[in-house]
Design a protein around this ligand. Structure first.
Ligand code: CMC
Length: 392
């Protein structure tokens, strides 16, 4: 009290204590609930990781079956909610469409908005995990003008999402197991990352005791920005730009170093990692595998690798400890799986959803939580007198 720490960007501010995710940015370590990301990436599944993040432990077989079953029972949307998608322009960006639709869930489930009613929070949790993939698939379908599909609850979460996105009514849709596996892995790697911009947003909005749907909708909007989740689309635009100009990677890096307005090496740098992002390491290997399997290679991947190599041997990036982050190689994989560039950040949102939910629940249960309300350093006029409009 009386003394305000000025910390723009909250670089040194610990706003919460949390038992969910551990990062050591200098060593390049990431763990969910104590489990190394490398082990989860290799051995676990997205649904299991979602359970782990939200409830704190890996599920037993019975718990997993029950959790999966509950989610499957809630994948349908209220028919009236589908009308929502017709209101947006066809070329609307799918991120604001998704955040609006998630916000609208508060209007459909008014019975379950009390943040302190544990049964209701549990129901909202399941509804979100079940319905957000359906909403995301519908955002895609609307953007390409194709008919919406009902969920097929005999399928797993990722398979169901792929079918609703790329399938057609009355036509069988064979889920390619390589595609499903790659997407499941990417969702695991995105599932949580402690107090990042969108998660902090979810916690901040939730600290006013706003309901879970409203808080997650705000998180989706925070994720939209190109310095956060929007970076995955921006990386692909950047790679295509370099390709269109003849693949001159060195020239692009020079422009970045000269700090030309609007030119950043997208997918590089991180507030916490001052070492190789452990997620990027896993994703880089996956990109190699999946792109050679699905496309027989990719010229943009070659450009990305050359870009990484050039940057990592340059003093500008070494001095500033700038390494590839999670977004550097993901876009190439999403593209190979058939997603348009504009849609990449929606996939990030699907992956991050269990993390947001876990943080909101942790925040609401923590007796130390207070409404988030930063202070400021006032720099305006001290005091002045009102002048009538004729005298200004
Ligand atoms: N390209 C060129 N220079 C960079 C970059 C970059 N990508 N990132 C940081 N720098 C420079 C920056 O100009 C500054 O240099 P100087 O000291 O000469 O002014 C120095 O490195 C420190 O950067 P900062 O902006 O103070 O770092 P920050 O912690 O505030 O920002 C960041 C972190 C991720 C927003 C930033 O690195 C960035 O804009 N990266 C590109 C966008 C991106 O890839 N975002 C995804 C982040 S990871 C996952 C996610 O959240 O989605």
């Amino acid at each position: 009290t009386g003394y305000i720490t000025h910390d723009p960007g909250f670089v040194n501010t610990g706003a919460a204590s949390s038992a969910i995710t551990y990062i050591d940015g200098d060593a390049g370590i990431l763990r969910y609930r104590g489990y190394p990301i490398e082990q989860l990436a290799e051995k676990s599944t997205f649904i299991e990781v979602s359970y782990l993040l939200i409830y704190g432990e890996l599920p037993t077989e019975t718990q997993l079956a029950e959790f999966t079953g509950k989610i499957q029972r809630h994948t349908l949307l209220h028919e009236d909610l589908k009308a929502f998608f017709s209101g947006f322009p066809r070329d609307a960006h799918p991120m604001p469409v998704l955040s609006s639709a998630v916000s609208a869930l508060s209007t459909f489930y008014q019975d379950s908005l009390n943040p302190f009613d544990e049964a209701n929070v549990e129901l909202s949790t399941i509804r979100l995990l079940a319905k957000v993939p359906t909403l995301a698939a519908y955002a895609y379908k609307k953007s390409v003008g194709q008919p919406l599909l009902y969920p097929d609850n005999s399928l797993g979460l990722v398979e169901n999402f792929l079918r609703m996105t790329f399938g057609f009514p009355a036509e069988p849709y064979e889920v390619d197991p390589d595609v499903a596996k790659a997407l499941d892995l990417l969702f695991i790697l995105h599932a949580d990352h402690e107090q990042n911009c969108s998660t902090s947003t979810v916690r901040l909005v939730g600290s006013s005791e706003a309901n879970l749907f409203a808080s997650i909708s705000a998180g989706i909007n925070a994720l939209f920005g190109p310095l956060h989740g929007g970076a995955n689309s921006a990386v692909l635009d950047m790679l295509e730009g370099i390709q269109a100009e003849g693949g001159d990677v060195a020239n692009f890096v020079t422009r970045v170093k000269n700090k030309e307005k609007g030119v950043r090496l997208m997918g590089f740098g991180h507030r916490v990692y001052k070492n190789y992002d452990p997620r990027a390491k896993i994703i880089k290997n996956t990109a190699d595998d999946i792109l050679s399997k699905l496309k027989g290679g990719d010229q943009l991947l070659d450009i990305a690798k050359k870009l990484e190599e050039t940057a990592l041997s340059d003093d500008y990036f070494i001095e500033r400890k700038l390494y590839p982050n999670v977004d550097f190689y993901t876009g190439l994989i999403y593209r190979a799986l058939g997603f348009p560039t504009k849609y990449f950040t929606v996939l990030f949102a699907l992956g991050r959803l269990p993390g947001w939910i876990a943080h909101w629940r942790e925040m609401i249960q923590d007796p130390a939580t207070k409404i988030g309300r930063p202070r400021q350093i006032y720099t305006g006029y001290a005091s002045r007198d009102y002048a009538p409009i004729s005298e200004r």
